[in-house]
Design a protein around this ligand. Structure first.
Ligand code: GAL
Length: 346
């Protein structure tokens, strides 16, 4: 993740210039002047609230920039997502944006686009082991550090017992969140301040799997739990259902991420402690701007890079913010992400 501005800019300039000559659909139809760029957006799922925001914001910004967007969602099915990419590529798009369900499986989507000389932007989640053109995301390690840091700060002075609900094994972000959490937890564990009583991955980021993992933790460790470190709001939702059934809701700290409306409501009600606000408008608008530039084969500057197992992918990392009861107004509400009325239900 070391900034290597000059090199990355140079490599991007080169790759995009190469793209200009090699990849078709440069935004100009032969003979009849510039045509409206068409962007393909291949999504993992639209079942989770956050991704609906991402789609709406992306499409709105692309339209403002004079581009059309073809959106498809695979409902968490890898075979379907590869087919979606194939269909988009066959549909005369000039740039492809992918939110992969499985970061490894979608290398195939990148290959299909590149065969047709179409550049690919990975949106929020990295695509592994392929020559991906660009990656735009949040600082995901920082997300994990903020989640764990919130708990460590509030659990100071007691030997705290934590259950950890990790994300989906197929999502590279889940590993980055864990890495950030480990950065903070490991020294606290070594000091004897924190004990992880149980932890497991929640496949597909599904709330029902979060419930299973927390139920297993309670069977093992009983009610003697101080916090549930959930990597995302969608998992916190499942965990809090279990805590309600067990009479523990509001007594146990619960983390999250995404500032989903339901989580913001739980935070002001007191059953969830915090979430991470990732300004989706910035992510989606930036992605749309980058995708349009890619479609027009314009030069893009990325200051960071991330190894995806095959290449160092030019990358852009956006900043995140902690949200709890005290900062709800100055973050999510001030940004217009959710209205005050919808969060406080009045
Ligand atoms: C991750 C994403 C999180 C969360 C999760 C579940 O990839 O970074 O913000 O939404 O997926 O959808």
């Amino acid at each position: 993740m070391k900034p290597r501005l000059a090199l990355v800019v140079l490599s991007l300039v080169l790759s995009l210039l190469i793209g200009l000559t090699l990849r078709r659909g440069s935004g100009t139809a032969a003979g009849d002047g510039p045509r409206r760029p068409v962007i393909g957006l291949s999504m993992d799922t639209l079942e989770v609230e956050r991704w609906q925001h991402d789609r709406d914001l992306f499409v709105a910004r692309a339209h403002e920039l004079g581009a059309d967007v073809k959106v498809v969602s695979a409902n968490g099915d890898d075979v379907r997502q590869v087919r979606d990419c194939e269909a988009l590529v066959a549909n005369n798009i000039s740039a492809l944006v992918i939110i992969p369900h499985d970061g490894a499986a979608m290398a195939k989507g990148v290959a299909l686009a590149h065969e047709a000389h179409i550049p690919v932007l990975a949106y929020d989640r990295l695509i592994l082991n392929c020559d991906l053109d660009l990656y735009l995301t949040f600082d995901n390690v920082k997300v994990g550090e903020l989640q764990a840091g919130y708990l460590v700060d509030r659990l100071k002075g007691r030997k705290a017992r934590i259950v950890r609900l990790l994300g989906s094994k197929t999502d590279n972000n889940a590993f980055l969140f864990k890495q950030g959490q480990d950065n903070i937890l490991n020294p606290a564990i070594a000091r004897g301040d924190i004990e992880i009583v149980h932890e497991d991955c929640c496949d597909g980021w599904r709330p029902e799997n979060a419930k299973k993992v927390l139920n297993a933790a309670i069977t093992k460790a009983g009610h003697n739990i101080d916090a549930v470190l959930c990597s995302a709001d969608i998992l916190a939702g499942g965990a809090i259902q279990v805590l309600l059934e067990e009479g523990l809701a509001g007594k146990v700290l619960v983390t999250g991420q995404d500032a989903d409306l339901a989580s913001c409501q739980r935070i002001v009600e007191g059953t969830q402690s915090m979430t991470i606000y990732k300004p989706l408008k910035t992510l989606a608008s930036t992605a749309a701007e980058l995708a349009v530039k890619m479609a027009k084969r314009q030069v893009i500057v990325a200051k960071e890079e991330l190894d995806n197992g095959k290449v160092k992918v030019p990358s852009i990392f956006l900043k995140v913010q902690v949200v709890d009861k005290d900062t709800m107004d100055s973050t999510v509400i001030a940004d217009g992400f959710h209205s005050r009325e919808s969060i406080y239900k009045k």
